[in-house]
Design a protein around this ligand. Sequence first.
Ligand SMILES: [Cu+2]
Length: 336
Amino acid sequence: MARAGAILICVALGISVFVGLGNAAPGRTWHVAVGADSADHAVQVLDYYPRTITVDAGDSITFTMAAVSDHTVTFLSGAQPLPLDEPQKDGRVRFPSNVAFPQGGRTYNGSGLANSGLLSGLGKSWTLTFTKPGRYTYQCLLHPAQVGTVVVQPAGTPYPMTQAQYDHLAAQARTQALAAGAKLRAATRATVSESANGTVYTAPMVGDPARRLALYRFGTDTLRIKVGSTVKWVMTDPDEIHTITFAGSGALPDFIVAAPQAQGPPNLYYNPKVLAPAGGASHAGIGAYYNSGILYPVNPPGPTSYSLKFTKAGTFTYWCVVHVPEGMRGTIVVTQ
Ligand SMILES: [Cu+2]
């Protein structure tokens, strides 16, 4: 009697499991962290944690920002990355709306574009449901080396790892990356040399793409120089853009300006005041606006460096307009 009862219970459980699958019950939701950074945001890790995750068809992944640098989560399905600028006939340069705003809906079957849009700010998240088994790579449109993988198994396949196991490994990887970033920061300093035009300080803007690291500082945070010296900022990071911008007595310009439309999201444009170099080759004291324009990665067409000769004593703070949330600024102290 007891045995018959146990069999009945097993059958009942079996049926209930079967019915559960047949009902396409909502899948599990997994979590992937986007980016990581140091407490002062100087070191940004351009990565996803975990970098590879295995889920079942019907499951969802919530991607959540864990750093202040903007990122996207973008499934291109083999297509080329989206361009990051759209020159307009009127001379303005548009920031493309298919990069800035979510595209492709809430599910992904391995084809077409699925894009989170710009994820700006800690805790910002985007959730995508995976409907078809396969191995899918995704990337950040702003940082092409920032790539992750989602493996989707057929529904009902046992999972190779739990979320807690992923989180544990991710925490280790994050700690290692941030330690490497701290080392990079400590090793990055402005260097000094003499030239026919006087003393030149070279301030490097570095990254370590193999470790998915970018340093959002200018080597030496406060650089002390003599009147008549030149500071030359040089890009060595192959994946980033930066500016050298002294706001002077005005406000620091925004990198992107939004133009509201009657309907839908605003049009976004690169601020022309940031794109255009300004101020000439020598810094003549407080009050004026000096700007490098966009400094590009080491690949052509550039420019990849910017020089300014300091002709008056004073303390001058400058920013990278692209990376204000990361605190990318420096100070030049010029003395007689
Ligand atoms: Cu920057």
